[in-house]
Design a protein around this ligand. Structure first.
Ligand code: DC
Length: 225
């Protein structure tokens, strides 16, 4: 099937772009960050030690993770809200660092790509998981714009627990962790198109990606006019 990868750091607008792009194309949206978060949530629920790589990988392999109507389901249960809480975000780091968990998630992601045309977002989608994707985009933005975006998203969800400065601080730490990961590190694929989203509206960014898609031959067969 056809694949567009959207990689890049948190807060650059990946999720909103991926969602709108997928809906304009009539393709599925795969949020691979949500998949790593789902494994972390399951580990917390089942008391699997976060430093036990073998147990985490076995757990990851046993999970049924699905995306339906914009929600994420773990073994049939909607976990879209739960996976965003700070405790799960913190637990996601060791889970995503574990190479054998990444192997399981890569296999799961590739399996989904056999059934559906995908707009897939993450850190390693263009580099590791789908090196032959039809189009690879890396979305970036300045640290301050990303922190402001994440701050406003939290406020929209009624969460005023962190200031922009605190969000910026934790963002710097997370970025470093994502870049330092020995396997699946956050980086643009050599053949990715980099889009800086500062100052652009969501519609504008989505249109830029759609233009690129048309340029790759993902024309009206795949893109409704
Ligand atoms: O995109 P996000 O913030 O929901 O991702 C959660 C964590 O998972 C983040 O630390 C990066 C990591 N991740 C990853 O290592 N590989 C991916 N393909 C997607 C996310």
């Amino acid at each position: 099937m056809k694949i567009i990868t959207l990689d890049g750091p948190a807060g650059a607008g990946k999720s909103s772009t991926a969602k709108l792009l997928a809906s304009k194309l009539g393709w599925c949206h795969m949020d691979t960050g949500a998949m790593y978060r789902a494994v972390a949530l399951a580990a917390l629920q089942r008391n699997v030690a976060l430093d036990n790589e073998k147990a985490l990988a076995e757990l990851a392999a046993s999970l049924d993770i699905q995306f339906l109507s914009g929600a994420v389901f773990l073994n049939g249960e909607d976990i879209s809200v739960e996976i965003r809480i700070d405790r799960v975000t913190a637990a996601t780091r060791p889970v995503a660092d574990a190479p054998s968990v990444r192997e399981e998630m890569t296999a799961m992601q590739r399996k989904l790509s056999r059934k559906f045309n995908l707009v897939t977002e993450g850190r390693d989608q263009g580099t590791v998981v789908f090196p032959c994707a039809e189009l690879k985009v890396y979305l970036d933005a300045s640290p301050s714009a990303r922190a402001a975006r994440r701050y406003h998203e939290r406020i929209e969800h009624g969460d005023k627990s962190h200031s922009i400065e605190e969000i910026l601080h934790s963002q710097i730490e997370r970025d470093q962790g994502d870049k330092d990961r020995p396997i699946g590190a956050m980086e643009a694929a050599k053949d990715a198109i980099i889009i800086h989203t500062d100052g652009f509206s969501l519609e504008n960014v989505v249109n830029q990606v759609l233009e690129l898609a048309r340029g790759r031959g993902l024309t009206s067969d795949y893109i409704p006019k």
